[in-house]
Design a protein around this ligand. Structure first.
Ligand code: AVI
Length: 318
């Protein structure tokens, strides 16, 4: 695991156990690939494109909540914090809030170090007064922030409903890890997607242009690279749908015809229609979201939603 922060550009140190993790999922009775493998460089760019799609409401709905309630949110969280952006990507969301939140230090944390370091380099030119750090680490596992990160008033920022990509049990563990790195004066500003009509959710995760399909199928290209596998990407079909009983959107890749996939030291046969589960995206009711935060050791102080109550931004304190 890579846990150092830097102000210089450097290479991602992919974790050595990734091929083993991929292989274990592919060999499971119902094959699966962790959604973190969706985000190689191309996957991160495809996700940026998803956020522009008319069907994918979370990004614009969350942005509208920040736009409409900016002053109120800034009052609730207070200025001068150490803003720790989990899954920062291109850092655009946090940067748009700098004028409101006026952080003293900004720490952009992401599994993709190249992506986040490049973003920080250009932000530094615009916001010279904020101390900025890029930090490459996989926060889906236990993590420790390096000593350069200020301990005072840590405000964790976790927008975009990425918490929905954990199971509720994993989400609680994740929140507890954040809480442990928070200090008693810290807090969390989090975006959480809410339950809504199946038709809206189905369209958001299976868009007309096929961008989400490309994003999902790209995980096989990434698996080919990491594992030396020979998935024939054209022979896998995207599935993205709301499973109301489980309270989550699921993404799968279904085999088009029987096929044998090989990788050094292993392989697997897939039957026609057999699928690989690639992502869950849990949707919560407001009360469920607050309860989740409480189980994670936080107390929700404020909740802001859009008029249709499709999405919630919550401030929680340690
Ligand atoms: C990053 N995460 C919150 C997205 C979501 O909505 O679960 C990932 C995504 N998968 C398909 N479309 C977007």
């Amino acid at each position: 695991m890579l846990t150092s922060c830097t102000t210089e550009t450097r290479q991602t140190s992919a974790s050595a156990h990734e091929p083993a993790e991929l292989q274990a999922g592919l060999m499971a009775e119902h094959a699966w690939i962790s959604p973190k493998f969706l985000y190689d460089e191309l996957g991160s760019r495809l996700f940026e494109a998803i956020c522009e799609l008319p069907e994918y409401y979370p990004t614009r709905t969350e942005a509208a909540i920040f736009e409409r309630n900016g002053a109120d949110i800034a009052r609730a969280v207070g200025a001068g914090a150490t803003l720790i952006d989990l899954g920062a990507g291109n850092c655009a969301k946090a940067a748009s809030l700098f004028p409101l939140l006026r952080p003293r230090q900004y720490v952009a944390v992401d599994i993709s170090t190249e992506f986040v370091t490049g973003a920080i380099d250009s932000l530094r030119q615009r916001f010279g007064q904020i101390d900025m750090r890029a930090c490459g680490l996989d926060f889906s596992r236990p993590f420790t922030l390096p000593p350069e990160v200020r301990e005072e008033r840590r405000l964790y920022f976790y927008p975009g409903s990425s918490i929905g990509n954990f199971t509720p049990g994993e989400a609680v563990e994740f929140l507890r890890r954040v809480r442990a790195q928070c200090g008693d004066d810290g807090g969390l500003l989090i975006g959480i997607d809410l339950e809504k009509d199946k038709a809206v959710l189905d369209a958001a995760y299976d868009d007309a242009l096929g961008v989400t399909a490309a994003f999902n199928r790209n995980v096989l290209r990434h698996a080919n690279q990491l594992l030396g596998a020979d998935f024939d990407i054209r022979r896998w079909r995207h599935q993205g749908f709301y499973n109301a009983d489980a309270g989550r959107v699921e993404m799968h890749l279904a085999a088009c015809g029987e096929q044998q996939v090989h990788w050094p030291g292993g392989g697997r046969a897939f039957g026609d229609g057999e699928d690989i589960h690639t992502e869950n995206s849990y949707k919560y009711r407001p009360a469920g979201a607050i309860a989740l935060l409480e189980r994670g050791g936080f107390e929700a102080t404020r909740i802001w939603t859009d008029p249709e109550r499709w999405f919630a931004v919550i401030h929680a304190q340690a």
